[in-house]
Design a protein around this ligand. Structure first.
Ligand SMILES: NC(=O)c1ccc[n+]([C@@H]2O[C@H](COP(=O)([O-])OP(=O)(O)OC[C@H]3O[C@@H](n4cnc5c(N)ncnc54)[C@H](O)[C@@H]3O)[C@@H](O)[C@H]2O)c1
Ligand SMILES: O=P(O)(O)OC[C@H](O)CO
Length: 335
């Protein structure tokens, strides 16, 4: 396909998702990856041994297609696309050396399922405001997809969401390969908010599992969660959308049930009695839901949507209320 020729893609982030996305992109011919990582030791290791020593270390990183950079300003130079793949809590820090002039004319792709903390903004909105990028020039990578399964080349699906389908279509082609099917859709806000909220629900699933609740309870929790997510998304961006499609329901299901879910694991530790600090110290990976719980709770002070599951998780994580007692109250609200 001619549009794929010599596409330059900057990837910002050195974690498991950035590594998995690079693996997918490297399946294309004539794609050049310009990869920024924060950790100097990882940069040197990748240059020398073509593996990321810290995340998905089995994945082979083709030196013919990948150049690794210490500076974001270098990584984004000449790029057609810039993919953001750091946890939301670090996006401001990661992009601090960049200004509008570095990003103008490029398509900005958020692979982040989180919001900018303190500002409670979606990543695409923040990019648009901070760097003067038209929202139409942004898109998000969503859908039920864990980096670990991409590394194993297990069949996976991605949703590439933008304000209008055509701008997601080209990028979806770049993200499609033997083991990944990427589908475009035109619901930037709906998909981005749903991806943020499913992380909170995964925390709730983990907490209740840690407390000893079973599969019967979790099925009801997830069903109620779908309504909670749907109501919130509709309040913020009312329009018709098929919430049972994989960009929404699929993403919720994988994070709620998968052994690879970071948020579920984090919640599970809380349910088993870890403090928030202890759980964060024990996990090498980031559970976005921790930050999302605060952002969505603060936003909802204006929108007043009924969010019983989010409220329960907030009380446990931010008000240090006993998980057992909070979930005892929540269970009476579920149907
Ligand atoms: N891992 C997945 O399967 C997956 C799938 C879809 C979306 N995502 C999203 O991708 C984003 C990145 O998640 P991940 O899973 O790659 O994270 P991760 O937990 O695997 O990696 C953590 C990343 O955070 C960076 N980091 C840690 N402390 C930092 C700091 N102080 N400043 C700057 N960077 C710092 C690390 O260098 C590393 O790049 C998240 O928004 C996540 O929701 C992940
Ligand atoms: O399931 P988690 O908590 O690891 O989140 C990762 C992705 O969002 C899954 O699509």
């Amino acid at each position: 396909m001619s549009f794929l020729n010599n596409i330059k893609i900057a990837v910002i982030g050195g974690g498991s998702w950035a590594t998995a996305l690079i693996k997918i992109l490297c399946e294309q011919n004539n794609v050049q990856i310009r990869w920024w990582l924060r950790n100097q030791r990882d940069i040197e290791h990748i240059r020398k041994f073509h593996h990321n020593p810290s995340y998905l270390s089995d994945v082979v990183l083709s030196p013919k297609k990948i150049k690794v950079f210490e500076k974001t300003t270098e990584a984004v130079r000449g790029a057609d696309y810039v993919i953001l793949a750091v946890p939301a809590a670090f996006v401001q820090e990661a992009l601090r050396d960049l200004s509008g002039k570095h990003l103008q004319g490029k398509r900005i792709v958020s692979a982040i399922k989180g919001m900018v903390p303190d500002q409670n903004m979606l990543i695409t909105d923040w990019i648009s405001k901070e760097f003067g990028i038209d929202l139409h020039e942004t898109c998000v990578i969503a859908g039920p997809c864990h980096a670990e399964e991409v590394a194993l080349e297990k069949q996976s699906y991605l949703s590439i969401a933008s304000t209008e389908c055509p701008s997601a279509e080209d990028f979806a082609k770049l993200m499609t390969c033997r083991y990944v099917t990427a589908n475009p859709l035109d619901d930037l806000y709906g998909v981005e908010y749903a991806a943020v909220m499913k992380n909170i629900i995964a925390l709730a699933c983990g907490i209740t599992h840690g407390l000893g609740y079973g599969d019967n309870f979790q099925a009801v929790l997830v069903s109620n969660a779908m309504q909670e997510i749907g109501n919130f998304v509709t309040a913020l961006d009312p329009r018709e959308r098929n919430m049972s499609s994989s960009a929404y329901l699929g993403d919720l299901l994988v994070t709620a049930y998968s052994q690879f879910s970071r948020n579920r694991l984090f919640g599970n530790m809380i349910g088993r009695g870890y403090s928030v600090k202890a759980a964060q110290l024990e996990m090498k990976m980031i559970a976005e839901g921790y930050y999302a719980t605060k952002s969505i709770t603060e936003m909802n002070k204006i929108h007043h949507v009924s969010l019983p599951i989010t409220n329960a998780v907030y009380r446990i994580l931010y008000e240090e209320q006993a998980p057992g007692m909070v979930m005892d109250e929540l269970k009476k609200l579920l149907k």
